[in-house]
Design a protein around this ligand. Sequence first.
Ligand code: FE2
Length: 433
Amino acid sequence: MTTTSTPNISAVTGLPHWETIPEDIPAAVREIKAALREKISASGRTVAEVVAEVEEFLAGEVADIAATRARGEEVWPVIDFTDIAAGTVSPDALALLKRRGCAVVRGHFDRAQAEQWDADIVEYVDSNHFFESYAGPADDFFGDLEMSKPEIYPIYWSSAQMEARQHPRMAQVQAFLNAQWTHESEGRSWFDPGQDTLYPDRIRRRPPGADSGGLGTHLDPGTLDLWMTEGYQQHFRHLFRGDFASYDPWDAAYRTEAAQYPGSTMCSAFRTFQGWTALSEMRNDQGVLHTVPIPKAMAYLMLRPLLDDVDEDSMCGVKPNRTFPATKKWHRILMDAVSAIPSVQPGDSVWWHCDMVHSVAPVKNQQGWGNVMYIPAAPRCAKNERYTESVRQAFLAGASPSDFPEENYEADWPNRFTEADLNDIGRRGLNLL
Ligand SMILES: [Fe+2]
């Protein structure tokens, strides 16, 4: 029989915290919920009153999104790469980026460049007989569809991907996006907005005619650790005091040090924005990415489980090693805000705040290709430096990065991108200078 370990009470937050997954999860959920309710009540307001304030704010944002859509305008901000490069993004565009928490960067790369990368990827996998050796999906992150040919290729080290990751234009856009965050606060410096760590991820190539079930609305930053580890409790310190007005989703405080619970869907890096670069044209009704473009909605996701209509040992369906769901049942107010990206061209890139609810729409008989390289913005910080150690080893060996299943298809591929192909941005990003 296992004994339930007594959690430590944090001297900083006054909350019980579990730096590793609690042995008795239901008991820990009951305990943290009680402690959070008590802490919020100490502010002089009940949890229900604080959640009502969040809902009022959300209703205003949802109405603005609906009005934008009704005017026939794009909900997602669209920013030209040339303005980022010239430093001429208007104050209005910057304000909208902060408000919506997502953006398309138009012309991030030349169309011809993106199409060349797409062709290079085909040549890379074909020349190495990838489809003959492909053993099927090694994780269930994207559902358990039986596919002989994957849509998500567990490929990390093609020249195309590395050229894009270390491209000066990528570094410019990442620095611009990182700068939307507050990287110094609480008397500390949390990350370096000017230096990215080249977080390696996979590619997606979805062929014309494809049927895809899509992915439901979910979040990627974590699971129960968001409530239960001391670092995240500090990150969400304002919310956990019932102070929604002070909660700033752009303040990185403490989260570049927070402990995370392991799981197959975990991202070991701190990403200011998740992102991908389009390698094909994608019309916005062809199974594309959607977000709930309200960064402060995270407050609702964090506080909603504390209301009385949720079982005492439930966090609205959030469990370790599972994707964090956003659902009609618990988060109805957010669902009318779900907004598609604008249609994109090869070379455009798409970005969304790491805490934002997102989904991928289903599609039947897709028109055209749906090809992307997943490249986020992951600035240098304590957390990303640690992960970079394992990334560098994986890069040198041609292995799968440690956040992903150990498939290692590329280890013997002679034409993968090598250390000699790195430029200064690449060497700095991988700590190989
Ligand atoms: Fe996701």
